[in-house]
Design a protein around this ligand. Structure first.
Ligand SMILES: Nc1ncnc2c1ncn2[C@@H]1O[C@H](COP(=O)(O)OP(=O)(O)OP(=O)(O)O)[C@@H](O)[C@H]1O
Length: 293
């Protein structure tokens, strides 16, 4: 099946500075994907490349099997800070959406606006942050995209508005088959809605895969102090911490951990993401990029 997004050695440079580099990634169809990483990691850059708003400096990118830009009608993009036009009313936004998008679903848009209790005559500048986010999501959904890209859509929302937004997104993806790629710093939110995760650090993809599979293959090992080179070769070290007497590793392995010296605990998605985010390259030990599916 054609992946929704496929990047090979993708890079984007601003002047001499790389915002994204050596990004190799495949997101299969049928997922709600969370894109996570520290500030400045390159998330917005990757999403804008996918939406056709930026052109790559190097490498190759396919979205729904085609070069971004040619896929515009099939891709909905909700940029950071819930972009709506302050001076236009809610209804104006729907009218504009209908003009600009051939597959526009006017019924869906009107029904959602009514369900949300938005006044069609209200100017966007008078909507609350949550209402603006919901309007932006409505515009993205009514486009009937095959892929909806959302860049930090809930960043400025209070917990209740965030929950309502994510609920609306989950309901929409349950009702219709389309892919979603969503960036956020709020891992608990991603855990609720995403079944595929991509961790981007320092402009590179450190891990990507189905959440269930990643959680099943990553473990925390705690036990008497042990150097990394004494771990079995099938254990890929994501992070390591040591005290004088104790070592704590986060490892990835498909094999069972039978060593009785270790206390083995499962990770939450947040533990897993943080382990990759705090990871420093380790000399000589399977360090470097590892892209997983
Ligand atoms: N238009 C631009 N000109 C120059 N540098 C840029 C531009 N846009 C982004 N950058 C730089 O590229 C890098 C990646 O930025 P990007 O916005 O993609 O990161 P991000 O992961 O989305 O960050 P955040 O989580 O803070 O939103 C940063 O170092 C940023 O300063």
């Amino acid at each position: 099946m054609t992946p929704v997004l496929e990047a090979r050695q993708l890079g984007k440079r601003y002047g001499r500075r790389w915002a994204l580099r050596d990004c190799t990634l495949e997101i299969p169809k049928g997922h709600v994907t969370g894109l996570v990483g520290p500030n400045g990691a390159g998330k917005t850059t990757l999403l804008k490349l996918a939406a056709g708003q930026l052109t790559p400096s190097e490498g190759d990118l396919r979205v729904l099997g085609e070069r971004p830009g040619t896929t515009l009608p099939k891709v909905g993009f909700v940029a950071q800070d819930t972009p709506v036009y302050a001076g236009l009313t809610v209804q104006d936004h729907l009218t504009l959406g209908a003009k600009l998008n051939t597959a526009w679903d006017a019924r869906l848009a009107e029904d959602r606006v009514a369900e949300l209790g938005l006044n069609p005559n209200q100017k966007a500048r008078r909507l609350s942050g949550g209402e603006r986010a919901q309007l932006a999501l409505t515009l993205g959904l009514a486009k009937r995209p095959e892929l909806l890209i959302l860049d930090e859509p809930v960043a400025s929302l209070d917990p209740l508005a965030r929950r309502e937004f994510l609920q609306a997104l989950m309901e929409a993806t349950a009702a219709d088959e389309f892919g979603v790629v969503l960036s956020s710093h709020l891992i608990a939110d991603l855990e609720r809605v995403c079944d595929f995760i991509v961790v981007l650090v320092d402009s590179r993809v450190l891990v990507a895969g189905e959440v269930d599979e990643l959680l099943a293959t990553h473990h925390r090992l705690t036990g008497p102090r042990r150097d990394q080179d004494r771990l079995p070769s099938d254990q890929y070290v994501v992070s390591a911490r040591h005290t004088d007497r104790q070592s704590t590793y986060v490892v990835r392995t498909g094999e069972p951990i039978l060593d009785p010296a270790w206390v083995v605990t499962p990770l939450t998605l947040e533990d897993l993401v943080l382990a990759y985010m705090e990871r420093r390259p380790v000399a000589g030990r399977r360090a470097g990029l590892e892209v997983l599916r």
